[in-house]
Design a protein around this ligand. Structure first.
Ligand SMILES: [Fe+2]
Ligand SMILES: [Fe+2]
Length: 224
């Protein structure tokens, strides 16, 4: 068996989702950036390898919570799950975050120009996600469910769009100082930052399930 430090971050999370929390705590990307080894991810982030490996082992020993065994799910079931859970989450959260970001930019934008940027970046992300999810629901997922031969190009398109959404999310994290509002923030300001943090958490799981689980299964089916 390959040593854990040489295995890919995305693959480690696909194997046991409890590891996602450990990577998140160290700000290590396990979805779009999950294609690199654990050793390389630690080097890039300046994280000590040994304590991180210990945390990953401890996370996998945690019990009490049932962990969905996503790796054993059929592609069509996974696609349904992603649509029902994550696409629904995105669609349900966009209107409130859009409203919060517009209000906060309008009321406090003169004191904090980054609030205008946050509003605009979120709008880009929301628009991109709406068309990206429509592409998955209408084109990519039906192709995966039917085992179509021309799925590889579609997977690449989706992965490219994931990178773009991930970059916008990273910009939002930076613009919000890791979703930390200032002491004087009003309730709408705080609600915006909390909602953006939740949106990021969901997006990471969503993209991880697609890039590292569903798309890998779809690729394996085309080559088998
Ligand atoms: Fe999706
Ligand atoms: Fe996607």
């Amino acid at each position: 068996m390959t040593d854990i430090v040489d295995r890919k971050v995305g693959e480690l999370v696909a194997e046991d989702f409890r590891r996602a929390r450990v990577f998140k705590n160290h700000d290590i990307d396990f979805c779009c950036g999950g294609g690199i080894s654990l050793k390389e991810a630690c080097r890039r982030k300046g994280v000590d390898l040994e304590p991180l490996v210990d945390s990953l082992i401890r996370a996998s020993r945690e019990s009490g919570k049932s962990v969905p065994q996503v790796n054993s799910w059929q592609p069509s079931f996974l696609a349904d799950y992603i649509e029902n859970v994550h696409h629904t989450f995105v669609r349900e959260h966009i209107p409130a975050i859009r409203a919060f970001s517009q209000k906060v930019a309008k009321v406090h934008g003169h004191a904090g120009p980054e609030l205008l940027e946050i509003r605009d970046r979120f709008e880009c992300l929301a628009t991109d996600m709406e068309s990206h999810m429509a592409f998955e629901e209408e084109t990519l997922f039906p192709a995966i469910r039917s085992g179509a031969d021309d799925v590889l190009g579609l997977l690449e398109t989706a992965e490219r769009e994931h990178e773009e959404a991930g970059d916008l999310m990273k910009e939002l994290r930076k613009l919000t100082s890791h979703f930390t509002p200032p002491d004087w923030a009003c309730n709408t300001y705080k609600a915006l930052f909390v909602s953006l943090a939740e949106f990021e958490t969901d997006l990471h799981i969503h993209v991880h399930l697609e890039n590292n689980v569903l798309f890998q299964k779809a690729r394996a089916l085309t080559t088998s």
